[in-house]
Design a binder for this molecule. Structure first.
Ligand code: NAD
Length: 173
C-alpha cells in the first residue's frame, strides 16, 4: 500500500528531501505519493511556484538521489476542511498511511481513520519555506545551501529571485 506525504513544497528544500529519504529508508517497498498541496496557488509571495514547477523540483531532486517508486499528485485547496480528505481521496491513488507534521492535516486524516505519522524535522531553523523564500527574494547567499543543488539550478533557470522581487514584500509568517 502507498504512503502519502502532503506539502506545499514552496520550494522543495533540504528538509523535504530529508523526509523523503527517511520514509524511503524506513519503508523501501512502500510506494510514496507526494501530494503537492495548494496546487492552484502560484505567482504570489507565499506561493511563488506553480504545481508543475514544484513537480519539476521534486523530480530533479529525487532523480539526483536515485530515489524511484514515487509519484506526485497536485492537490488544489478546497476551503471546506470537513470535505478535504474526500477531495484528496478523489485525486490520489489509494493510500493507507499519511506522513505529516502539519496539525490540521493530521487532525483531518486521523478523523478519517488513516494511520498518520510525524516525521523528524531536519535543521528546521534553516530549512523552512518562508525563510528560504525571503533569502531568495534578497538573493542572499544562504538560499542555495538550503535546497538540493538540482533545485538551486532549476530556481536559477526560473529567475526565481526576480519573480519573488516582482511581488513586493511577503506577508508575515
Ligand atoms: P510544507 O511544505 O510546509 O511541509 C510539508 C512537510 O514537510 C510537513 O510535514 C513538514 O513538517 C515537513 N517539513 C518542512 N520543513 C521540514 C524540515 N526542515 N525538516 C523536516 N521536515 C520538514 O507543507 P504543509 O503546510 O504541511 O502542506 C499542507 C498542505 O495541505 C497545504 O497545501 C494546505 O493548504 C493543504 N491542506 C488543505 C486543506 C483544505 O484545502 N481544506 C486542509 C488541510 C491541508
Amino acid at each position: 500500500m502507498r504512503g502519502l506525504l502532503v506539502g506545499r513544497f514552496q520550494p522543495f528544500h533540504l528538509g523535504h528531501l530529508a523526509v523523503v529519504r527517511h520514509i524511503v529508508h524506513d519503508r523501501p517497498t512502500e510506494p510514496l505519493v507526494l501530494g503537492i498541496g495548494s496546487a492552484e496557488d502560484a505567482y504570489t509571495p507565499d506561493n511563488p511556484f506553480t504545481a508543475s514547477e514544484r513537480f519539476e523540483m521534486i523530480a530533479r531532486a529525487l532523480g539526483a538521489e536515485k530515489i524511484t517508486g514515487w509519484l506526485a499528485v497536485p492537490i488544489p485547496d478546497i476551503h471546506r476542511h470537513s470535505l478535504w480528505v474526500a477531495h484528496v481521496e478523489e485525486l490520489v491513488p489509494e493510500f493507507s498511511r499519511v506522513y505529516t507534521n502539519n496539525p490540521l492535516t493530521r487532525t483531518l486524516f486521523e478523523k478519517a481513520d488513516y494511520a498518520v505519522e510525524a516525521t523528524p524535522l531536519f535543521d528546521r531553523e534553516r530549512n523552512e519555506g518562508a525563510s528560504i523564500r525571503r533569502l531568495l527574494r534578497e538573493d542572499a547567499p544562504g538560499w542555495r545551501e538550503r535546497v538540493p543543488p538540482s533545485v538551486a539550478s532549476y530556481l536559477d533557470s526560473l529567475r526565481a529571485t526576480e519573480r519573488l522581487r516582482s511581488f513586493g514584500a511577503p506577508s508575515a509568517g
